[in-house]
Design a protein. Structure first.
Length: 308
């Protein structure tokens, strides 16, 4: 059986019979000793080549150009470790994660397309992705807010005799309101004061009801927060005071889950289901109860006539 030997160097075309020696790489690339020592190499796979191009600051071969990811912040080629944040498919380099300021919403590092928004009590940061989806003012927020109320009445079946007043504010204001809340107010916000997840709060003072939501949130997040806080308003109208946090917050997350699902916000739905804190634990309990006994059992549980 005759064995075929390569005749030419794949890079320079030199007849291999003239040089006597050659190298064969696992991908079938055949090169002469001169090209092995002098030819430029792909910075990702290390193979020498003649069709290399600069991509994201790295010299890459055609194969690696189709495979390498670029940092979503600085645009540099990710030749080694790439980092993900949450469920976003965007990848980042270690330097951007360590050295750049982060978006207040998704914690992605900020690039030049992001926005830093000055406020009376500090600065708010939005990365380019969150800013592109941000609710830009009270008119837009009010329309979304009214839409959430409509879905809330249709899907989880929670109706309110009147709509709490909506306010957009800085996160620092939410934290101050959380600290200053009167004893008769519903807990409505997330976590403790200073918690980066404190995005909204429901306040009840006498017969006055107000909902405060952080300004410039992405639309899907704004709708989820609005649904959560409106569920607290429903609890107040039902006279459900002093509920355990697991019940009060878990039920509000359950209501938000159904609103988000009805609106087709798949990314936000995954975010709610991914939570493992008290809010997520309460949501999972209410979802399990609903699956086993139906929505009537959920309403009975939050009213205290059925153990959760």
């Amino acid at each position: 059986m005759n064995r075929r030997y390569p005749r030419f160097c794949h890079l320079c075309g030199t007849p291999l019979a003239l040089v006597g020696r050659y190298l064969v790489y696992p991908n079938g690339l055949v090169i002469c000793p001169a090209c092995e020592s002098r030819a430029p190499r792909c910075q990702r796979c290390g193979l020498p080549g003649r069709h290399l191009q600069q991509v994201g600051g790295a010299l890459l071969c055609p194969t690696c150009r189709t495979q390498v990811a670029l940092c979503g912040c600085c645009g540099q080629a990710l030749l080694e470790t790439a980092y993900l944040i949450g469920d976003s498919p965007v990848k980042y380099c270690q330097r951007c994660l360590e050295e750049r300021p982060r978006c207040d919403v998704c914690q992605a590092p900020m690039n030049e397309q992001g926005r830093s928004l000055p406020g009376r009590r500090g600065e708010s940061r939005r990365c380019a992705a969150c800013w592109a989806e941000a609710v830009q003012g009270l008119d837009e927020a009010s329309a979304l807010y009214q839409g959430v109320l409509t879905v809330l009445a249709q899907t989880p079946g929670l109706t309110l005799p009147s709509l709490p007043r909506l306010h957009l504010c800085e996160r620092a204001v939410l934290q101050e309101l959380h600290q200053q809340r009167q004893p008769g107010s519903r807990p409505g916000g997330e976590g403790e004061a200073g918690d980066p997840h404190l995005l909204g709060i429901f306040l009840l003072q006498g017969r006055e009801q107000d909902i405060y939501i952080e300004h410039y949130l992405p639309r899907d997040l704004f709708q989820a927060v609005a649904a959560h806080e409106l569920a607290h308003a429903w609890q107040a109208w039902q006279g459900l005071e002093g509920l355990p946090l697991l019940v009060a917050e878990g039920f509000a997350e359950w209501a938000a889950y159904h609103v988000v699902q009805a609106l087709g916000q798949e990314r936000m739905l995954r975010r709610l289901l991914r939570r493992r804190d008290l809010y997520g634990q309460g949501l999972q309990r209410f979802l399990a109860l609903e699956q086993q006994q139906g929505r009537t059992a959920v309403l009975a549980a939050v009213r205290g006539s059925l153990p959760l």
